[in-house]
Design a protein around this ligand. Structure first.
Ligand code: ADP
Ligand code: MG
Length: 268
């Protein structure tokens, strides 16, 4: 059996799409047949449950496990659509609790012992309290940024923090990309962002109003019957994460010959 992968989804700046990314990658990897556990580790800014439509089903949190109030399997909420996807919330909204590094490692070990192959941690932004503890069980990280200079600069800082904490396997996801603005030179291209940061690119997700609709419905984009461009891009990123695809989706031309090679995308 291959080793389980524990991946933190993080960013420098808040509000750039970590939770959207965690929900969609988690759901997509589960649909590809893997056992996935999503951990909402953004204590205080919990909302992964909403994006997955699981907010009414949370009875226990990880803090209840640590307090000895329940067992791990009682706090894991199984998605009804894909039973190999589970969600664990760290805490109730706004509840403050001192979750240590040892607690995080212990939780992840117990989850993996249940047969989970992927643990995705929806992590606080790099500047927030709890960041260092939340990343401690992980061996891999995904940094989410938008193509804006402030977000990129903060992403660079987080990359440094990850490295200082022994996480060297880091990939980049550029979110809220607008090909129309890139064409007019009003937005940095994905290639520019990637080169500025020097982190290997996992994927690029377009700005898409469907993200808001899917959040309100509690139904990740990758579950839509007719995939939107962002849904296609998230699915592409998941397949790349598990090594099943090596090309990138073309954000300018997603429906005409769905996929194009990386070189072509970079030339845009
Ligand atoms: P974070 O977890 O980093 O704080 P979220 O995933 O909660 O970020 O996203 C922040 C806001 O941005 C949400 O309102 C979300 O709907 C919106 N958003 C994220 N990605 C996109 C996108 N690709 N297109 C449009 N809106 C987006
Ligand atoms: Mg979030």
């Amino acid at each position: 059996m291959t080793e389980a992968r524990i991946i933190v989804v993080t960013s420098g700046k808040g509000g750039v799409g970590k939770t959207t990314t965690s929900a969609n990658l988690g759901m997509s990897i589960a649909r590809l047949g893997y056992k996935v556990c999503l951990i909402d580790a953004d204590i205080g800014l919990r909302n992964l449950d909403l994006l997955l439509g699981l907010e009414n089903r949370i009875l226990y949190t990880a803090i209840d496990i640590l307090d000895g109030e329940c067992r791990l399997d009682q706090a894991l909420i199984r998605d009804k659509r894909w039973k190999n996807l589970s969600l664990l919330s760290m805490s109730r909204n706004r509840q403050r609790y001192n979750v240590t590094r040892a607690h995080m490692v212990q939780l992840c070990e117990a989850i993996i012992a249940l047969g989970y192959q992927f643990v995705l941690l929806d992590c606080p932004a790099g500047i927030d309290v709890g960041f260092i503890n939340a990343i401690s069980p992980a061996k891999e990280a995904l940094i989410v940024t938008t193509p804006e200079i402030t977000s990129i600069r903060d992403a660079d800082r987080v990359a440094g923090l990850l490295e200082a904490n022994g996480i060297y396997n880091v990939k980049l996801l550029v979110n809220r990309v607008r090909p129309d603005m890139i064409q007019k030179n009003d937005m940095m291209s994905v290639k520019d962002v990637q080169e500025m940061l020097g982190i290997p690119l996992l994927g690029a997700i377009p700005e898409d109003p469907q993200v808001i609709i899917s959040t309100n419905r509690g139904e990740p984009l990758v579950l839509q019957k007719q995939l939107s461009l962002s849904g296609i891009a998230f699915e592409n990123a998941s397949r790349r994460l598990i090594g099943k695809q090596d090309y990138f989706v073309d954000l300018n031309n997603p429906h005409k010959g769905l996929f194009q090679k990386i070189g072509e995308m970079f030339n845009n």
